[in-house]
Each structure stands twice: as structure tokens, then as C-alpha cells.
Write a new protein. Sequence first.
Length: 330
Amino acid sequence: MAERLPPVEKLPLALRKNVRDEWDNKKPEIEKELSDILTVPWTVEVNPNQVFAYAGDGYAKESLGSCIAAAVLLTLMCVTLPKSYFKGAIWQFKNYESSYGEEGLKELNDICHAHVLTMDVDLNKRFTYGGVDVDERGALRMLFAPDNLGCNIDYCVERDTLLKALNNAPAAPGASGSAISFATRTGIRQDYDPKIEAIRAKIAELLAWPEIQLNPNWEEVFAALKAESQVKKTELREDWQAYMGSMAISYFEGLLSQIQWQKFEDDDLLQEGFRDAVSKGEVKFRIVEKLKDSSYSECQVEDGILYLQSTAKTWGTNTSYTAEKLVDKL
């Protein structure tokens, strides 16, 4: 990690005036904008003298206060400034809001639990121009590359960069919540939760068993896939975390299609056999070390539970055939 440059002891008069007029005087407005958008009180923290230590020729050196305010307001994705300059930020805000809504804002507030927006140099050189992360105290940090202060500000908090920062954020001190990531929780909320009850209800109808339950087994599956993702030369898709919700739906939809194809709806004997074998009334997905009857996925009945299962390496492959041998397992 590079060493941080010391802050400039005193700014030139013209810059001090620009900082006062364009940054200090506008901080209350900025904090209100931020708090209104994120629905809880937030504050902003920037040390102009520290930022100026990295100013080269151009915007930041000539108009430091304006540069800081522009960077911060872009992060807030404020919609009250001229659209010609903040067009990209406005689009990103609308996109984020429509994609993640109130639950997405709650997630952001929980992850960035300090409710502080700050600006700092990217000492780890992760970004060419700028980016964002969540620091150890839970503050959301806008980061600028040491040699590119004021460049491509509008890309600093583009959606993919912000989502990655939230996903990689350190846990809050004393947190005892879910072990699964922000990307996975978001995928579950968007892709799984709105669909699963209709699938469960249809399976229950075909089996004549209203109480049947579907268990996606989130935390165990997440842990198994995370371990696989850290294996050298793994074939697991890089975006697996975001797709856990949709893949779980795919496995349960596959079960539904097999129940339909195998004519459970019209066969009292099959329905009775299913209830006898799957006596606990639960269908559960899991990751196993090795499959018994298939190369990709399979179903097994153990201790009154119907398991849909795959290995970590074959997760998400041929999901519609997972329960093709269902009758044989009963």
C-alpha cells in the first residue's frame, strides 16, 4: 500500500473561498439530500486540505470546493443539479431505486451502519479513476486514484461498483445476522421470494398435500459454493452469489415439471407413496460431495425428506432433470 501524502497546511486564498462557497456552505444541503434519499440521517466528511495534496493541474486544483461538492453530490445521485452534468448519476439513481427499492435502501443503511459518506484516496490502487468501498467503521468511502483526482467522477459510484462494495463490506461489530452476502440476499429478494409460493402451491396441488414445504437451505448452500469459488481453477460461475435465488427457483420448478410429467396429479397411489416416503413434508436443496445416480444433479429421500442435490461443481446444470427418478426413490 502506498503511503498517504500529508495534507496541505494552508490552501491559497482563492481556493479557500471556493471551498467555503461551494463546499462548506453547501454541506447542510448535501446532508439533507443524502438523508432524504437514504431515509435515515447521514453526514458527510471530507478534509479539503488532504484531498488537495493529490490535486494536479485542472479542475481539482483550480476549484477544489466545486470538485468535492460535485463528487459528493454524484455519490448522492442528487436530481436537483443541472442534468447535463449529472445525467449519468441521475440514471444510476433511478436504476438503483427501481431495482432495489426500499429493501435495497435498508440493506445499504445496514451495511454502511456509520451512515457517513466520506472521500479518500485509493491507496490500494484498485481503481483507475475512482470507485467506492465501505471502510472498517461502516462509512461509505468515495475513492479517487492518486493521480486522477477529479477525473471521471460520474463513474465513481456506478451501480456495479457500488454493489460490489456493499457485497465486500466488513460485518458490523457484534453483527449476528445472515452469513450470506448482499448479492445473494438481493437475488433471493428479487428472483426467489416473488415466485416460490406459486410453485409450492402448485406442487402441493399435484401431490394433494397442502402442507408440503420447500427449503432452499440458503446458508449451507452459500457456504458450500463459497468454498468452491475459492478453489483454484474452479468452473463455478463468477456471479454465483447473485444467482442463488434464481437457481433455487430453477431446481424447484424442475421438481414441479417432473411431478407433472410423471402424472402424480391423477394417481392416488403415487401421491400416497410420496407422503409415506417424504413423511416430514419437506423438499430440501443441498450441495453434496458426490452424486450417486447422476453426473449433474439428482433426488434422494433420507429420513422423511426429499433432497434435490448437486455438487458445487455441477450446481445450476440440468436443473429440470434433478427429480427425473423421483418415482424410483419412493
